[in-house]
Design a protein. Structure first.
Length: 94
């Protein structure tokens, strides 16, 4: 899978809560409590396994979840990252 150009990445992230951070894209969610954060992380894990594309996951501050996507094998951002980000945006946040 080919790396996306800077313009393709900008276009893909327009009107999105995802932000580019170097060779990755990242987003943070604030949930109502720790249990909701853990439930969200479990949803992320199920989606990642189904897609065989796994984000870096950070659960911090008892109710915040930060996800970072990068196609490590390609050394940057690919369409797989954009597709996963869009899918993650559709998860139920409690």
């Amino acid at each position: 899978m080919a790396l996306l150009s800077d313009e393709e990445i900008r276009s893909a992230l327009e009107s999105s809560a995802w932000e580019r951070e170097g060779d990755a894209i990242a987003r943070e969610w604030e949930l109502k409590d720790f249990a909701a954060a853990m439930a969200f992380v479990n949803q992320v894990g199920e989606m990642a396994e189904a897609a065989n594309h796994h984000p870096d996951i950070l659960l911090h501050g008892w109710n915040k979840v930060r996800l970072t996507l990068c196609t490590h094998s390609q050394g940057g951002i690919t369409q797989a990252d954009v597709d996963m980000a869009r899918g993650l945006d559709g998860l139920t946040v409690g």
